[in-house]
Design a protein around this ligand. Structure first.
Ligand SMILES: Cc1cc2ncn([C@H]3O[C@H](COP(=O)(O)O)[C@@H](O)[C@H]3O)c2cc1C
Ligand SMILES: O=C(O)c1cccnc1
Length: 344
C-alpha cells in the first residue's frame, strides 16, 4: 500500500495566528479552541476552514482470544451491539443524533451471520480473528485486505464531501488486543497497559494478565508495526488503521476515540508519524493504558469525564468543541471590525 500523507506545513500559521489573536478577546483566552482552529486551518490550508458532513464510523470485529476469558462479557455481545447500532439504541446512536453526525457501521469481521442487513456495511474479512494465544490473529493478506477496505471507505466518504471523521469500534476482547499492540509499539511494560475493559473483577483482571503474558510469550514483540497488527490485532483494528490512513490522505480532521482507536493510531503513526497532524484526541479513557499511548504520541485529549466505552462516543461528544473552534474563527468580530479597543 502506497500511502501519501502530507505533513502539515507552516505556510498559513502566521496568518491564522493573527486572525485568531485579533478576535475580540484577550489573546489566548479561548484556550484549546485556539489550537484547534489553527490545526483546522493548517489541515484545510485555509484561513476560512469549514467543517462538512461529519461522520462517525464504527468498525466491529470479533477476537478469537475472547473465548479464553479476557472480557467481562461474552463474545455474542459484539453482534448483539451491532444490531443495537442498527436499531439506533446504543450510546453512539444517541450522541451522533444529538450532534447531527452521520453514523456508519461496518462489519469488519464479526463472528455472526447478519444476512443482508440494511444499514450495515459488509466488510467481513472472516468470522472473527484466530486466537493469538495459539497463533497470529490474522494472516498478512487478511490484514492488508482489511486495511485497504478501511482506507477505501474513508476515501469514499471524503469524495462524498465529508471532511471531518470520528472513528469508533465494537469488539468484545478488543481492549486486550489494544494492550498487546500498545506494549509492542510504546515499550511500556505489558502489565501497565492492561486494564479492566468492560469491567473485569479482580480475579478476571488477574486472568487477563496471565493470558496476555502467555500470548506475548508465544508471539513476542514483532519488529515491524504491521506484523504487530497481524499478530495481536482485530479485523476492526486493522480496518481502523487503513481508515486513519485514508482520512489523513484526504486531509480530513480525524477525531480519535479511546484506547482501541488510539492503539490503531499507534500502528499508523509508527509507519507514518505525520498522521497525528490530522488528529484531535477526544478524551482521556478510563482504561489505564490510554495514558501511555497518549504520552507516546505527545497528545492531550479535550475531555476528561471518565469515559471508557468506545463505539466512537468520545469522538461524538467532542464534536461540539470542534464546531466551536471553526465557528469562532469564522464568525467572531475582530477588534477592528467591531470597533473595540485593542490592548494599549
Ligand atoms: C454492552 C456493551 C457495549 C459496548 N460498547 C462498546 N463496548 C466496548 O467494550 C469492548 C471492549 O472491552 P473488553 O475488552 O473488556 O471486552 C469493545 O467492544 C468496546 O467497544 C461495549 C461493551 C459492552 C459490554
Ligand atoms: O477507551 C476505550 O475505547 C474503551 C475502554 C473500555 C472498553 N471499551 C473501550
Amino acid at each position: 500500500m502506497n500511502i501519501a500523507i502530507a505533513p502539515l506545513d507552516d505556510t498559513l500559521v502566521d496568518a491564522l495566528r493573527h486572525k485568531i489573536d485579533t478576535k475580540t478577546k484577550p489573546v489566548g483566552s479561548l484556550g484549546r479552541l485556539e489550537a484547534l482552529a489553527l490545526q483546522l486551518g493548517r489541515i484545510q490550508r485555509s484561513l476560512t476552514p469549514a467543517l462538512k458532513r461529519p461522520h462517525v464510523v464504527v468498525f466491529a470485529g470479533d477476537h478469537g482470544a475472547a473465548t479464553a476469558g479476557i472480557s467481562a462479557y461474552p463474545q455474542d455481545v459484539t453482534w448483539q451491539m451491532v444490531e443495537n447500532f442498527l436499531a439506533g439504541g446504543a450510546a453512539i446512536n444517541v450522541f451522533a443524533r444529538q450532534n447531527e453526525i452521520a453514523l456508519r457501521v461496518v462489519d469488519a469481521g464479526v463472528a455472526h451471520d447478519f444476512g443482508k442487513r440494511e444499514g450495515l456495511i459488509n466488510g467481513k474479512i472472516a468470522p472473527g480473528t484466530a486466537n493469538y494465544l495459539e497463533r497470529p490473529a490474522m494472516s498478512g493478506s487478511q490484514r492488508d485486505t482489511a486495511m485497504a477496505y478501511g482506507r477505501q471507505l474513508a476515501h469514499t466518504l471524503a469524495e462524498g464531501g465529508c471532511n471531518v471523521i470520528g472513528f469508533g469500534e465494537m469488539g468484545i476482547g478488543n481492549t486486550a488486543s489494544a494492550s498487546l499492540i500498545t506494549h509492542c509499539l510504546t515499550g511500556t511494560p505489558l502489565p501497565q497497559v492492561i486494564g479492566r475493559g468492560t469491567g473485569l473483577d479482580d480475579a478476571g483482571l488477574d486472568r487477563k494478565h496471565m493470558l496476555l503474558a502467555r500470548a506475548l510469550a508465544r508471539g513476542g514483540v514483532p519488529a515491524n508495526p504491521l506484523e504487530v497488527l497481524a499478530e495481536y490485532g482485530g479485523f476492526e483494528v486493522a480496518m481502523l488503521v487503513g481508515a486513519l490512513f485514508g482520512a489523513a490522505e484526504k486531509r480530513m480532521l480525524i477525531l480519535v476515540d479511546g484506547f482501541i482507536v488510539t492503539a490503531a493510531l499507534l500502528v499508523a503513526h509508527a509507519l507514518i508519524p505525520a498522521i497525528t497532524g490530522y488528529c484531535v484526541f477526544a478524551h482521556h479513557s478510563g482504561e489505564p493504558g490510554h495514558a501511555y499511548q497518549l504520552k507516546h504520541l505527545n497528545a492531550a485529549p479535550l475531555l476528561d469525564i471518565g469515559l471508557r466505552l468506545g463505539e466512537g462516543t468520545g469522538a461524538a461528544l467532542a464534536w461540539p468543541l470542534i464546531q466551536a473552534a471553526a465557528n469562532f474563527l469564522d464568525q467572531m468580530a475582530s477588534f477592528e471590525s467591531a470597533g473595540v479597543s485593542d490592548k494599549r
